[in-house]
Structures are given as structure tokens and as C-alpha cells.
Design a protein around this ligand. Sequence first.
Ligand code: SAM
Ligand code: SF4
Length: 337
Amino acid sequence: MRSEPALIDAYHRRISYVRISVTDRCDLRCTYCMSERQTFLPRENLLSFEELERLSLFLIDQGVTRLRITGGEPLVRRGILDFLKRLGAQVHEGRLKELTLTTNGTLLAEAAPHLAQAGIRRINVSLDSLDAGTFRRITRGGDLKKVLDGIDAAQKVGLKVKLNTVALQQDNRGHLPEMIRFAHAHGMDISLIETMPMGEEIVGREDQFVSLHDVMADLQSFWDITPLSDTTGGPSRYYHVAETGGRLGLITPLSHNFCDTCNRVRITCTGQLYMCLGQEDHVDLRAALRADASNAALAAALSEALRHKPKAHDFFIGAQAPQTAYTPRRTMSVTGG
Ligand code: SAM
Ligand code: SF4
């Protein structure tokens, strides 16, 4: 039975949305996300599907209404589609409002019908360029056609697709208008994301960082862009682009702190619950699961963790970093973006 009250943190933010990373592995090596010779965690460190399922059901009992499955690349984990179908039963039963997925799209063409069957209605696909060569360079070897075929297959089975595009000063800043036109022409929202300083071993990030304030100034020089009041409780702020007739989201962790309305926590592929992407405070749910903790013990761990959800993150890129600035050691592929 669903317990009340729902999860509330020390700043009175209601936590209704959890992102769960199911793997740190990936078939791409995006330059801003992973190093070229990324080493992956031993498999036994990852939560098993049984553990992931128990945890997900527990979170739903605790009042979580939206779950996003991410990674690494979630679709590379063997057995993921069956797991999603089991979890999707919670959507069909009305206990979960929404089950969503973030993917790089390379395996989407085959997976799309299974995702729709599982009760998934929306997915985010990450795509940083429509130029095959640039895409290959950013992803260190990815095949753009597979992703475009995947998007097409997803739309054909009725999945609503949103594109996520990391804005990169050197690699794609000049391609962003084309990406936005493409998304809107195909009935997709698109969110632009500032590169976040995650993962100590990633080199050259400072050179690739571009503030979305500057990108918006470029776009507003030739497009009529008006803010929308739409909010998902997530980090995107939305705008309407008159000329393309579509919705543009901006995710600006560096140039605009969006923590006030943050309704989410993240669980890494090793079962570590992070209250904030940009902070180290976490609780080891895997240890609790493997010690066969009761739901009451898990609930106690969760509410203790929430008391420590910070008011805001302290990301910073550049030489003038304040003393509180901090670069998480873990990459986005471990934490789950
Ligand atoms: N592999 C899947 C994908 O690429 O969509 C899911 C995981 S990936 C870590 C999730 C999102 O995080 C992607 O949109 C990716 O572009 C973004 N991302 C990864 N590293 C990032 C960073 N350092 N700063 C900003 N976004 C990042
Ligand atoms: Fe893989 Fe996604 Fe990271 Fe790219 S952003 S390397 S696709 S996990």
C-alpha cells in the first residue's frame, strides 16, 4: 500500500521523480561524458534486475510517481526490455504516472515497439549533431544513421520523442539552429544542455563550455523566442520559437541555478542514492538491499537521505571558481543523466 506522507526534503520540496541508472556501460564514448578508454565497473557491483525491481516498487510505495531509466546506455544492458515490461505493469495498474527512458538511440530501432508495449509514452534521445562526421567525432565512433532510424521507429510506434543536445562551443554551437529546426519539423521538443563538470578525467571541457545565455542571444538575433510557463519540476525552462513552431528547453546548471523547484533524486547503477547531481552526499541503498533490509529500514534510509538533499549545487567551470565550487569525481554515465 502507498505510504503517506510523500517524500519531502528539508526545504519542503516534494520528491516525486527518481532517475535510476541501470548500467555505467555504453556503446558510445561522448567526449564530454567519458574518457576514450573508460573502465567499467565489475558486473557484480551493479544492482541486479531483482534488486532494481524491488527498489522501484518500494519507491512507488513511498509516493514516487515518475521513474526515468537511464545509464550509461540503458538499452545495452541485456534483459532491460523485460525489466521495463515488468516495471511498466505499474503504469498499466495506475500506480506509476510515468515510466520514461533516456537513450542515445543507437539500439532504439529494434527496442521501440517493446518500449511502447511496456507502457512507455515518452523518451529522451540524446543527439548532438546532424552531421555524420561531427556526430562520429563527438561520440568517438557513433553512427548517426542508427540514431535517426531509432527516432523514426520510436515515432512510428507512437512514442513522443524529446531531443537532448549538449551545447559544445567547438563541436556544435554553429549547428544548433539546424538541430532545433530539425526537431521542430519532426514534431519533437528539444532541450539544450550546458556541459556540466562531472568526471575528473575529462579533458578540454573548459574549451567546449558555452553559456546558453550566449546561445540564446545568437538564436534571438534571427528568431522570435518567447518564454513559456510550462514546467516539469525539472531543470528545463521552456520557450516557444515562432518561426519553427516548436518548444525549446534550456538546461543551464552553470549559468542559472534551477535547484529551488528540484523534485528529483538519482540512483546510480550501484544503488547509491544521490540527492543532487552536483554533490557527494549519498546513501548506499545497495548495502541495505543486500542486507535484506525490511521496507521500514529502506524507508528510514530514504528519509534520512532526504533530510540532506542540499538547497543547491555548486557547479563551476573556469579559472575563477569560488571556494565552494566542486567537480564530482563520478561521470554522468555512472550517476545517470
Ligand atoms: N546514454 C544515454 C544518453 O546519452 O542519452 C543516457 C545517459 S547520458 C549520461 C544522459 C544525458 O546526459 C545525455 O543527454 C548526455 O548528453 C548528458 N551528459 C553526459 N555527460 C554530461 C555532462 N558532463 N554535462 C552535461 N550533460 C551531460
Ligand atoms: Fe554514452 Fe550517453 Fe555518456 Fe554518450 S552521454 S557516452 S551515449 S552514456
